[in-house]
Write a protein that binds this ligand. Structure first.
Ligand code: 6SG
Length: 222
């Protein structure tokens, strides 16, 4: 049986409607925790360490053999982006109509592309690929910069925050840890990260000890 951590200072999991099961890292759960916090939602957390995971019992019950696992009552979900979308539908972070929802999906897919490049660097090429990665990064960032600079609301799509904003914020935050100056020539991205970090419930999560002590990535690289 894996360890269940009920109560972690970051939120009050008593009666929480949601349960997140994941490794003790921020990784694929950071965006959903940022989103849940900002939306004023509570969750319980089950932390699964490497040894427990390697036993394989839990893995065998996961649809794709991977975590995170997300439970909302009797609904059990895998795939972090499907989880973000489910929460966005439930809590009004998926645009005002179908057109906005389509644009939000498009932006989130763009964020996912960058997230996968980042994950490849962190997990496969950190020692050999970092300088080339940082050379290529402005080209990727400039696309998000253009979208944010055009939309006066400060969000990716429409007038309201959406799950794509939480996801972009998470990926940008990780990149500022990778390279503290990487947003310097992107004023809209810089201001986006500052504003998202300053939203009170996001700020509280980012400053909470239990969250801070989780490494960003599973191999300790950042
Ligand atoms: C890894 O990739 O931490 N899930 C990961 N790995 C374990 O056996 N497309 C989906 C999604 O969006 C991707 C899921 C994701 O939800 S996250 C998973 O389940 C497996 O495949 C990144 C991460 N990796 C660290 C890690 C996991 C197992 C071995 C290394 C944490 C560190 C040590 C044990 C637990 Fe570990």
């Amino acid at each position: 049986m894996w360890k269940q951590r009920q109560g972690n200072n970051c939120n009050n999991p008593t009666m929480a409607p949601y349960t997140i099961t994941y490794f003790p890292v921020r990784g694929r759960c950071a965006a959903m925790k940022i989103m849940l916090s900002d939306l004023g939602q509570e969750w319980k957390e089950n932390l699964v360490n490497f040894e427990e995971w390697m036993k394989g019992d839990l893995k065998g019950t996961c649809v794709f053999g991977q975590l995170p696992k997300f439970q909302d009552g009797d609904l059990v979900l895998f795939q972090s982006n499907a989880i973000l979308r489910h929460l966005a539908r439930k809590h009004g972070a998926y645009g005002k109509d179908d057109k906005e929802a389509a644009l939000i999906d498009m932006m989130n897919d763009g964020v996912e592309d960058l997230r996968l490049k980042y994950a490849r660097l962190i997990y496969q090429e950190y020692e050999t690929g970092k300088s080339q990665y940082l050379k290529d990064l402005p080209d990727h960032l400039s696309k998000f910069e253009a979208v944010l600079a055009k939309n006066k609301s400060g969000f990716l799509v429409g007038d309201k925050i959406s799950f794509a904003d939480y996801s972009l914020f998470d990926v940008l935050y990780n990149h500022t840890v990778l390279c503290s100056t990487c947003l310097d020539s992107f004023p809209a991205l810089k201001s986006f990260v500052e504003k998202m970090s300053a939203r009170p419930k996001i700020k509280a999560l980012l400053e909470c000890e239990a969250y801070k002590k989780l490494p960003i990535n599973g191999n300790g690289k950042q």
